[in-house]
Design a protein around this ligand. Structure first.
Ligand code: GLA
Length: 390
């Protein structure tokens, strides 16, 4: 792929949206999609900038058509994908689908191995705007390097004649932070997230450079921890996808939800809601539409926060800092189940804050004047987000 056709840098963060998998599994259908579209409007998600309605595994029939084309499951999607895409587009939104680089998807529907160009053309004809492309499919498919398998669909999408955003879902195996961003617009940096805020035993990879021996059971905190090592690879258009947001799927305290959303936003992961919107609480809806936090995710500079090891205490307080278009942002995360006070000195974080105009904590809206040092009180699992306006 030549670099000029690669990516339009920061705009591509704009495929924030919703995806079916974590809430519905394979039990996804046309009326769920249409209700979701409706709720996107009524809950203010569309106005907040969420745009993509993505259907994960389970949308297709178990067999291709006799002449080898992918087809939607006709019971679940009686009107077919092209009509559904028209419907989603008519509401000013975009539509995503799911495919797989192997012979079969993870739920044993047809994969695209050997059918890449044909399937990309099908997606283009249907009017699909986004493709999540997975890593299942059995031994025969896995003998090829992921760059080859995922690269084949990238090439096919380019040939399809439609602008289709491409999300590589290779579970963080084989170090996709070194190659995934050159093939797709994003790459999954870990195995499957589950509805768990903190889980030290699930998800084989707790750090980036461990052996990738398993892919399931990641939690919000394991994915944050893994990003400590790989945030350095985030550059505009080459985004690590931290997987769907689990907000709404389990009982998380408001502080846990804020932590989840803050890190996904500040680390420039796509913000992909993954819950049943009909049951989402007002509190969680307000959190997911918080303009200041979404602005961090969409910041035009396209830089991430990075872990500041020297200011952090392992297993207790994590300090992250980064640059934004009009200043800096500093995150303080209390990893403990009890309240802690942490005195942060912005000067000691390697930030150039000469000319500081003001400090504001984004979740509370509280202003701290031009303070260079703040003694912050952190509730259990809370993350405070200080914006340093310059
Ligand atoms: C894999 C992916 C998940 C989901 C399922 C669907 O596990 O990593 O995100 O798409 O497959 O079967």
């Amino acid at each position: 792929m030549s670099s000029e056709t690669a990516f339009h840098p920061v705009e591509l963060l704009r495929w924030d949206g919703i995806r079916s998998w974590n809430a519905y599994g394979v039990n996804i259908n046309e009326s769920v999609v249409k209700n979701t579209v409706q709720l996107f409007e009524t809950l203010g998600l569309k106005d907040a900038g969420y745009e993509y309605i993505s259907i994960d595994d389970g949308w297709s029939a178990f067999e291709r058509t006799p002449d080898g084309f992918l087809q939607a499951n006709s019971t679940r999607f009686p009107d077919g994908m092209a009509n559904l895409a028209d419907y989603v587009h008519s509401k000013g939104l975009k539509i995503g689908l799911y495919g797989d680089s192997g012979k079969l998807t993870c739920a044993f529907h047809p994969g695209s191995s050997g059918y890449e160009e044909r399937d990309a053309l099908t997606y283009a004809e249907w009017g699909i705007d986004y493709l999540k492309y997975d890593n299942c499919g059995g031994f025969a498919s896995m003998v090829e390097a992921p760059e080859v398998r995922f690269g084949a669909m990238n090439d096919a999408l380019k040939l399809s004649g439609r602008d289709i955003s491409y999300a590589v879902c290779e579970w963080g195996y084989q170090f996709p932070w070194h190659w995934g961003g050159n093939i797709g617009h994003s790459y999954r940096m870990a195995g499957d997230i589950t509805a768990s805020f903190i889980n030290e035993t699930g998800c084989a990879c707790k750090t980036a450079y461990c052996l990738n021996t398993g892919y399931a059971g990641c939690s919000v905190v394991t994915n944050i921890k893994k990003m400590r090592e790989i945030s350095q690879y985030q550059t505009p258009g080459h985004w690590a996808d931290m997987d769907g947001l689990e907000i709404g799927n389990i009982n998380m305290t408001i502080y846990q939800q804020q932590t989840h959303f803050t890190f996904w936003a500040a680390l420039k992961s796509p913000l992909i809601i993954s819950t049943d919107l009909a049951t989402l609480s007002h509190e969680s809806t307000a959190l997911l539409t918080n303009k200041d936090i979404i602005a961090l995710n969409q910041d035009s500079l396209g830089k991430v926060v990075n872990y500041v090891e020297t200011a952090s205490t392992e297993g207790s307080i994590q300090v992250w800092a980064g640059e934004i278009q009009d200043g800096h942002v500093v995150l303080l995360f209390n990893e403990k189940s009890f309240q802690q006070t942490y005195k942060v000195s912005f000067n000691s974080l390697g930030l150039n804050i000469a000319g500081l105009k003001g400090v504001k904590e984004l979740w509370s809206g509280k202003s701290y004047g031009k303070s260079h040092t703040i003694a912050a009180k952190l509730a259990p699992y809370q993350t405070l987000v200080f914006k340093l306006a310059m």
